[in-house]
Ligand binder design. Structure first.
Ligand SMILES: Nc1ccn([C@@H]2O[C@H](COP(=O)(O)O)[C@@H](O)[C@H]2O)c(=O)n1
Ligand SMILES: C[C@@]1(CO)OP(=O)(O)OP(=O)(O)OC[C@H]1O
Length: 164
């Protein structure tokens, strides 16, 4: 059994779409980055890589490489999951928190969970996802950016408990 932790932050800017968990969220600004800047999926990728002790997202998708310019982070997640699952790992559960003052994310969380469950080949009940504000405090509170924290539990095939 292995535990992984991922954390990411991207700045909110004008002229970009807001993509979170592979879902386009209607908002007047979007996250800036080399890829689609999906902060939730980047933190999830790092949690998976961390659990398998395989490094971090930038080692596989360098921000200087034009190949990844504007890429959907669902593609990056799929590539990393292929790598991790080839080692024999399966997901026990994922738990994640999006930290954003605005927009209100609750209506979009179910679709984000579905995307994550589909790519990681697990049931919806194995993917926890919440949103929180920081009550106006800090860079998230000022609306300067969005942060995400993700934990993941991996099992090797032979270790999977019967109730999962
Ligand atoms: N961007 C966000 C932030 C929060 N929510 C939902 O609001 C609830 C209250 O958040 P607090 O930070 O005030 O505790 C929270 O439970 C979320 O469901 C949201 O939808 N979008
Ligand atoms: C996803 C990658 C891909 O170039 O770029 P960004 O969208 O800038 O995201 P970040 O989390 O800053 O770094 C990871 C990179 O691998």
């Amino acid at each position: 059994m292995r535990i992984g932790l991922g954390f990411d932050v991207h700045p909110l800017v004008e002229g970009r779409e807001l993509i979170l968990g592979g879902i386009k969220v209607p908002y007047e600004r979007g996250l800036d980055g080399h890829s689609d800047a999906d902060v939730l999926l980047h933190a999830l990728v790092d949690a998976l890589l961390g659990a398998a002790a395989l490094g971090d997202i930038g080692q596989y998708f360098p921000p200087q490489d034009p190949q990844w310019l504007g890429i959907s982070s669902l593609v990056l997640l799929k590539e990393v999951w292929d790598k991790v699952s080839r080692l024999g790992y399966r997901v026990g559960n994922v738990d994640a928190v999006l930290v954003a003052e605005r927009p209100r994310l609750a209506p979009y969380l179910p679709a984000m969970r579905e995307n994550i469950a589909r790519v990681l080949e697990v049931g919806l009940e194995q993917v926890g996802l919440k949103a929180t504000t920081t009550e106006g405090l800090g860079f998230t509170g000022r609306g300067e950016g969005i942060a995400a924290f993700v934990t993941v539990l991996l099992f090797l095939d032979k270790e999977i408990p019967r109730d999962l």
